[in-house]
Design a binder for this molecule. Sequence first.
Ligand code: BTN
Length: 245
Amino acid sequence: MKTILLESTSSTNEYIKKFLPLGEDVALCAVRQTAGRGTKGRSFLSEEGGVYCSFLNFYRDFPASEAFRIMAHAAVSVCRTAKFFGAEPSVKWPNDIFAKGRKLAGILIENALFGEKISCSIVGIGLNVANDVSALGGIAISLAEAAGKPLSPKEVRPVLIDNFSRKSDLQEYLSFVRFWGKEVRVTEGERCYTAIAERVLEDGRLEIKEGGACPHPLRCRDRFEHLRGQYEIRKKLQRSLGRKI
Ligand code: BTN
């Protein structure tokens, strides 16, 4: 996979969209981001010392119903990386990565959907490595702290890219999810309740059990984040491919 490292950019998830017309897989990293983006429209603190990478992947025949595989793979890539450096990572469903009860990394996925298929995806990973996360009031942790040794983004970046390039499966993802049998707080629209987390289904839904009721699956709400300007992207792709998609 072609790999690019920038000194600074607003957001690697935005910058990587320049490569969409080429139709090739790319990994794009930045030393820092000036407008890092998180899920649900939040910003993501991206100072020097962290690893900020986006991966653009094209698919020939990827059913949209299997979108969770992309999310699970991203989570596994980060967990493998954290483990490699000596930390004990865990996944908070669906794909926040924690260590010692604090957030180690965040993942932002944007899928381009054409009909029932995903034609390409952008997976953005922000991993705290040696950056100062104290401004986040104790909710975040760096890989250096989690592993108990000094680490630099320079040594972590290639390991993350390598781990992302290797295949993974649902079993490996599940091996990093650690809240089975625990109580979870669920917000479904207006309704807020507690339930027990039972398991993650193949399609990424979390099966929960509420009181004496039968288990029921919970959709992972940000499972689909559409690429902004999808229409323009489609037109660009059509132009470069010379055919309608
Ligand atoms: C979250 O936890 O809310 C997701 C954070 C995702 C941050 C990464 S850093 C690389 C890529 N570029 C961005 O602007 N965001 C993602």
